[in-house]
Design a binder for this molecule. Structure first.
Ligand code: 6PG
Length: 254
């Protein structure tokens, strides 16, 4: 399995162990960074267990969470109170329990609705918000301390879907993006911003992700949107549960 030198794979044998492995990676990434720290959160359903784990002891006491600046890697084109909102899920499971101040939370403004393309102005405003908070590296791109990402069964990450226009975006850091498979608009960070992060954590669980994880980590399939993120120079950690890792690593000897 061709992991790169800056990559590591951690496998949990239970949902709680897997969430704790990922929470330890989050704490490790933020314990070695300067103030103010910045995180971009993943959406979807998988991260919910990680977020609720971080919101409880001992993790809630390990980092000055209220000083962290919180962003999203992507968002659906729905209002912030919509059941599908990545913002709503993270606020309910993590940011509200940690009592993070509202002015440290930067939501992607995608209220238009699935049919409506989020305005370019909203994407540009989000990029400016990032540039105003997150220090840039030598390439002039903001360097997040940590970006959390998930992986879809089709190999998408953030809202970089197969066949979508954002895959070829090399200048803007945040764009509206139509997801053909979802028949819906999204807003997403693009490769230049994702790949600039100091730490990237992929948190992937469930048997439905076993095939795609094998295509990523065993076949090294370059056609998958997520594969391009693996070229990032920062530290990349894959945290999988045993089900998602079934085709990637031999199960532990009994
Ligand atoms: C989103 C996510 C997306 C997600 C994958 C996996 O907005 O849906 O950002 O990239 O991480 O689709 O989603 P699940 O965790 O629900 O499987």
């Amino acid at each position: 399995m061709p992991l790169r030198t800056n990559e590591r794979l951690l496998i949990g044998q239970s949902p709680d162990e897997t969430a704790r492995l990922a929470a330890d990676v989050v704490v490790e990434a933020l314990s070695t960074s300067r103030q103010p720290q910045s995180i971009a959160l993943a959406g979807g359903s998988t991260p919910k267990l990680l977020y609720s784990t971080l919101a409880k002891r001992p993790y809630s006491e390990r980092i000055p969470w209220r000083q962290v600046r919180w962003f999203w890697a992507d968002e659906r084109a729905v209002p912030p109170d919509h059941p599908d909102s990545n913002y709503r899920m993270a606020v309910e499971s993590l940011l509200a329990p940690l009592v993070v101040p509202a002015d440290h939370i930067y939501r992607m403004a995608t209220e238009g609705g699935q049919e409506a393309r989020p305005p370019d102005s909203a994407a540009a405003a989000y990029e400016q918000a990032i540039r105003g908070i997150v220090p840039s590296g030598p390439a002039g791109i903001p360097v997040f301390d940590l970006i959390l990402l998930g992986v879809g069964p089709d190999g998408h990450t953030a809202s970089l879907f197969p066949g979508s226009a954002a895959l070829s975006e090399s200048r803007r850091l945040v764009v509206p993006n139509y997801a053909p498979s979802q028949n819906a608009w999204r807003m997403t960070m693009t490769y230049p911003l994702l790949k600039a992060a100091r730490n990237i954590l992929f948190f992937v669980t469930g048997s439905a992700k076993a095939e795609i994880m094998a295509r990523i980590l065993v076949d090294n399939d370059p056609t998958l949107p997520v594969s391009a993120v693996r070229d990032a120079p920062g530290r990349i950690t894959w945290v999988l549960d045993a089900e998602a890792a079934r085709l990637v690593a031999p199960s532990r000897p009994e």
